[in-house]
Design a protein around this ligand. Structure first.
Ligand code: SAM
Ligand code: DTB
Ligand code: SF4
Length: 328
């Protein structure tokens, strides 16, 4: 798809809702197998105590939340959790660490072991560990990392209002390092942080104009957590979530759009609309990183009702090359 402007994205976002869903569903069906949903399981391998000031995050050390700090897990514990997730139907495991950035130390060596171990189980391995240098990204790739999650979270403008300890360019730089290591890029953001519609379009503008576009785009609804600066934010409405998912699907047609945080706040009917509008991935398992999520069995029941099936691991393996070239 040719470069798209912020104005074009705003126009799409503001399309009358049913037209927007219809258009997104059409694009989804032309580009993807709409009956398949990727199931990714999240595991917090190092929890809390983070030095950053991300205003939404319960794991930032400076906010007083109920999150208990936990040092980096042992590799065998991680592999046991990975096996449980795989047996429940997950094809991808995403390991998250509350780090500002990766450091070249023994903890990183342990993460590399975890990546090798999970990969050997036949699961797609994803990590989200904060900022990475090019050589760290390469080491992760060599260990068998399939994807790296690094969200841009909002527009460049709004980012400055929610995080001051790093910049938008820092984020983009890590994404570039991940790309250079030929690891699949997972990058999206959060809605419901007091941003304007223009900010939402601005975030999608940045993602859609990455060249190549990200292979995976998580759309999170803010989970307001007590003790964070965003504890009193109003919950995102179904309609906003559906609009955001549909717009993402239209501007990044072949990506995996993940209906991420916030599903406990949504009815099944609302989630069904999101799948119709192009969502084709979820995080499953009763915990996200630190907050609750629907259980595997509840999600399987929903899949049954909607006629959806879990996607197998490594389906895109032969497409490890860039998803699509946009403007040269
Ligand atoms: N520390 C690493 C980083 O920031 O990249 C990885 C872990 S961090 C928790 C991963 C992502 O979780 C964030 O970029 C943000 O998009 C999402 N997240 C964190 N807290 C959230 C919340 N309360 N509601 C929704 N999404 C949240
Ligand atoms: C993403 O976009 N959402 C996930 C994952 N990537 C790492 C994290 C959601 C975290 C929600 C708050 C929590 O559970 O701590
Ligand atoms: Fe730390 Fe990541 Fe939370 Fe920011 S989002 S405070 S970097 S764990």
């Amino acid at each position: 798809m040719a470069a798209i402007s912020k104005e074009q994205i705003l126009d799409i976002y503001h399309t009358p809702l049913l037209d927007l869903i219809y258009k997104a569903a059409e694009i989804h069906r032309q580009n993807n197998d709409y009956s398949e949903v990727q199931i990714s399981s999240l595991l917090s391998i190092k929890t809390g105590g983070c030095s950053e000031d991300c205003g939404y995050c319960p794991q930032a050390a400076r906010y007083h939340t109920d999150v208990e700090v936990q040092a980096l897990m042992q590799t065998d514990e991680v592999l046991a959790a990975a096996k449980r997730a795989k047996n429940s139907g997950a094809s991808r495991l995403c390991m998250g660490a509350a780090w500002r950035e990766v450091r070249d130390n023994r903890d990183f060596d342990r993460v590399l072991d975890m990546v090798r171990g999970v990969n050997a189980l036949g699961m797609e391995v994803c990590c989200t560990l904060g900022m990475l240098t090019e050589s760290q990204a390469q080491k992760l790739a060599d260990a068998g990392l399939y994807a790296y999650n690094h969200n841009i979270d909002s527009s460049d403008d709004h980012y400055k209002k929610i995080i001051t300890t790093r910049t938008y360019d820092d984020r983009l730089n890590t994404i570039e390092n991940v790309r250079k290591a030929k690891v699949s890029v997972c990058s999206g953001g959060i809605i419901g942080m007091g941003e304007s519609i223009e900010d939402r379009a601005g975030m999608l503008y940045t993602l859609a104009n990455l060249n190549p576009q990200p292979e995976s785009v998580p759309i999170n609804a803010l989970v307001p957590v007590k003790g964070t600066p965003m504890e009193n934010m109003e919950l995102v409405s179904t309609w906003e979530m559906v609009r955001m998912i549909a717009t993402t699907r239209i501007v990044i047609p072949k990506t995996v759009v993940r209906l991420s945080a916030g599903r406990t706040q949504m009815s099944r009917e609302a989630q069904a609309l999101c799948f119709m509008a192009g969502a084709n991935s979820i995080f499953a398992g009763d915990k996200l990183l630190t907050t609750p999520n629907p259980s595997f069995s509840e999600d399987m029941e929903m899949f049954q009702i909607l006629g959806l099936k879990p996607r197998e691991a490594f389906k895109d393996f032969n497409k490890a090359k860039p998803l699509q070239e946009t403007h040269e």
